[in-house]
Design a protein. Structure first.
Length: 409
């Protein structure tokens, strides 16, 4: 009598990947503790991993919840299976991987594990997100110390959109890791101007660029701004600036600008996407907007930024999946309000330490505002903005307050 051993194999594959994730949490905790004495991230990372694993399992077990993940991941899993069967399916040239790094990542997992279900693939994405939390916490530690880094790790561990989208087989988890590496590299370069910072930014930009090219381009702009700012600052014992970095940066920007598509071409593509979404009749449809020229983009970008940061409003939701997102929207609003309140009570001189985080936050906000077609997509994109925002909140909370001058009678 033949028996089907696929369920047993799937249980083993899931167990192996979960154990590997646990080992990753332990390894990250030890590495951080060794290189940043006093910074203990073990509990926060374990909580982040456990929450994401549990939610992914619950969504998989309840058929009514599965539509929450959307339709795109079905396509990505199919592409990953094709890649596992024939790795040349993505092409032999690196250009074929642009925008498909997440597919190649899942394809390698399919090739190695050959899982029956997609849960081991989700564990792989969760591992990327948990690593990103550790990296961002280390970056905040460089700015504002252990307390701020710990707060950042706990915020990101429980932030609802991050918890949910970390387990979705989409581009969000790889992007989180790429953004985290860029943030850490930018913070280090801003403070030290050393080669290690560049060694962190480059792989971060590569991961982001091969996953979501337009977001990778925005991160490259943020890195250029950080490097220019750092080059013009007086650092080190001799308090010198770095004019050579400025010259090299200007040349690199000139070459990149010459190689990049013309702004009119880029805006034409953006406008076509906006026009396509303007025909959407769902309750999450955003008002049509004009991005056809540089001037109109400058005038109208603020409206899209507001939509990405604040929408969908709780009174606009029209389905169970949208109602589930209210918690994430409320969290985003709370972080924004807390950030504004904290910045208002801190001295300007101490806020200069936040420059790398602000550059990343501003550039990502702008590019995701340009690419957002409806409030549902913006809700998913906001996951990445909240990473930088949580880091800003935790860092600002640990910076000195403004000094109140006593009135002399």
């Amino acid at each position: 009598m033949l028996t089907d051993d696929r369920p047993l194999y799937d249980i083993l594959a899931c167990s192996v990947t979960v154990l590997a994730l646990g080992w990753l949490v332990v390894a990250l905790t030890r590495v951080v503790r060794r290189r940043r004495p006093g910074l203990e991230l073990g509990r926060a990372l374990a909580a982040a991993a456990a929450l994401r694993l549990a939610l992914a399992a619950v969504v998989a077990a309840v058929p009514a919840l599965r539509p929450l993940r959307g339709l795109d991941e079905t396509t990505f899993v199919h592409q990953a299976q094709q890649f596992a069967a024939d790795p040349s399916s993505l092409g032999a040239m690196p250009q074929a991987l642009v925008g498909n790094l997440h597919v190649a990542y899942m394809g390698v997992q399919q090739l190695v594990l050959q899982p029956v279900s997609d849960y081991p693939l989700r564990v792989g994405h969760i591992a990327l997100a948990v690593t990103a939390i550790a990296v961002v916490a280390v970056a905040v530690n460089e700015i504002a110390g252990v307390r701020a880094a710990t707060i950042t790790a706990w915020i990101l561990a429980f932030e609802p959109t991050g918890v949910f989208f970390s387990g979705v087989l989409h581009k969000e988890a790889p992007m989180l890791l790429g953004e985290a590496l860029v943030i850490l590299g930018a913070v280090r370069f801003y403070q030290r101007r050393d080669a290690t910072a560049v060694a962190l930014m480059v792989p971060g930009l590569a991961i982001a660029g091969f996953t979501r090219p337009y977001a990778g381009a925005a991160l490259a702009v943020a890195c250029a701004a950080v490097c220019l700012h750092a080059a013009l600052r007086r650092l080190g014992s001799d308090r010198r600036r770095a004019p050579r970095i400025v010259v090299g940066l200007v040349l690199a920007v000139a070459v990149a600008t010459a190689a990049a598509p013309a702004p009119a071409t880029v805006l034409r593509t953006v406008q076509l996407s906006q026009n396509a979404n303007a025909t959407d009749t769902s309750n999450l449809r955003l008002d049509p907007i004009d991005f056809s020229s540089v001037g109109s983009t400058a005038r109208n970008l603020g409206a899209r930024v507001t939509a990405v940061l604040l929408r969908p409003y709780p009174w606009q939701v029209g389905s169970s999946s949208q109602r589930a997102g209210i918690v994430g929207t409320a969290t985003a609003w709370a972080l924004l309000l807390v950030a504004l309140a904290l910045v208002a009570t801190r001295a300007r001189s101490t806020l200069t330490a936040l420059a790398p985080l602000l550059y990343v936050f501003v550039t990502l906000t702008a590019v995701y505002a340009l690419s957002t077609g409806n409030a549902g997509t913006g809700f998913r994109y906001r996951t990445h903005l909240l990473v930088a925002l949580a880091a800003i909140v935790a860092a600002v909370a640990s910076l000195p307050r403004k000094r109140v001058r006593a009135k002399v009678t």
